[in-house]
Design a protein. Sequence first.
Length: 60
Amino acid sequence: MSVILSVLASFFGVQSEKNRTRDFQQGRPIHYILVGLIMTLLFILAVLVAVKLALRSAGV
């Protein structure tokens, strides 16, 4: 769960120095990379769905 929260914080640029240090000391890079990729894909899918809904409601 801390990996997900750390990746979310980094997406918004609000990661504290204490948490960043903890992540580098305790975390495994592959976990952060995988969670980051999955969250990026979910974000892209959410944007695509929002655009499709907006276009559909606009009658395009």
